[in-house]
Each structure stands twice: as C-alpha cells, then as structure tokens.
Design a protein around this ligand. Structure first.
Ligand code: HEC
Length: 156
C-alpha cells in the first residue's frame, strides 16, 4: 500500500511537470524532478528547449518581443553547454541513437554549434534593432537542433 501511494504521488508529480514543460511560459524553471533518472532529466531539458524555440517563432517574433527571445536563446544555449554531460556512456534510451557514443566528439561539437547559435541569437536580440537578423539567427539556431537530431535522435 505504501508503494502504491508513493507511486501515485510520483505520477501526480510527473504530470504536473509535464504540464509545465509544454507551457510557453516555462522559461523560469529549469530544474527537472529531483529523483529523475539522467534520461528523464535530459528529456525534460529538451522539452523545455523545444518550448523555448517554439515560443520564439510562434509568439515573440510576431510581437517584436526581443527580450523574451534573448531569454529563450539563453535557456537553449545554457542547456546546450551541459548537454553532453547528460549523455554518459551507457545511458541508452528509446530516443537516442547508439551512434552518440560511437563518435562522442562529433556529438559534442554539434552541441557546441547549438550553443554558439543560441549565444549569437541572444546578442542580436539584446541589441534588438535588426529584426531580420534576429529571425535569421533564430532559424540558424533551429538548424543546429535539426543537424544533431538527423544524426543522433530516434524520432518517436
Ligand atoms: C547535440 C545533439 C542535439 C542538439 C544540438 C539538440 N538535440 Fe534535441 N535531442 C537530441 C537527442 C539525442 C534526443 C533524444 C534524447 C533521449 O530521448 O534520450 C533529443 C530529443 C529532443 C526532444 C524530444 C524530447 C522528448 O519529448 O522525448 C526535443 C523536443 C528536442 N530534442 C528539441 C531540441 C531543440 C529545440 C534543440 C535546439 C534548440 C535541440 N533539441 C538540440 C539531440 C540534440
């Protein structure tokens, strides 16, 4: 019975977290559940990153909200900086190709490309004068997500 209650509590906690991740206003919290596995933690951060990039294209660009774009770009780049640490050897998952660990230097370099593109977008958004350049930088950043996914993500 104890286990059942603990299990239910976890289920509730998980669905609350899942709701937060898909919200466009989830930039503030970057902490996955404390007792999450490494795979759950990275999936959580990827979902946040996905919500952040969506908010850029679906909301902030249209509203000329460059401050929010800068915030989203920082969230994405901060995650990209630590992303390889969330893929320790043996942390296989249904979403991750084994090729990640066959050429981990390439995986790291693709994460670094993502970070660099995020920082570039941040800089332009901070200045906030050239919307065309901001849009181009946002698309370029999106390209660095795709580049890694094509090689290393298993689409569900
Ligand atoms: C260096 C490689 C790499 C980069 C860069 C990268 N991703 Fe991913 N992404 C992955 C891998 C690998 C997975 C699968 C992780 C797993 O399931 O264990 C993934 C999974 C995801 C998921 C699915 C999470 C889920 O629901 O299971 C989303 C959403 C996502 N990434 C968004 C992004 C966005 C947005 C960017 C760019 C801002 C990005 N990723 C950049 C490698 C990358």
């Amino acid at each position: 019975m104890r286990f059942l209650i603990a299990g239910l509590a976890m289920l509730v906690a998980t669905s609350v977290a899942a709701h937060d991740e898909t919200s466009d206003h989830s930039h503030a919290s970057i902490e996955p559940p404390v007792d999450a596995s490494i795979v759950e933690k990275r999936v959580y951060r990827f979902k946040q990153s996905g919500a952040a990039i969506q908010s850029v294209f679906k909301q902030h660009l249209g509203n000329d909200d460059f401050a929010s774009i800068a915030e989203a770009a920082t969230l994405i780049a901060d995650w990209a900086d630590v992303m390889p640490d969330y893929f320790p050897a043996g942390s296989t998952s249904p979403g991750a190709r084994d090729d990640i660990w066959a050429d981990f230097d390439d995986f790291k370099s693709k994460a670094a490309d993502n970070s660099r593109a995020g920082r570039d977008l941040y800089q332009l958004a901070l200045v906030g004068t050239d919307k065309g350049a901001i849009e181009t930088a946002a698309k370029k950043m999106g390209g660095t997500c795709k580049a890694c996914h094509q090689s290393y993500q298993i689409k569900k």
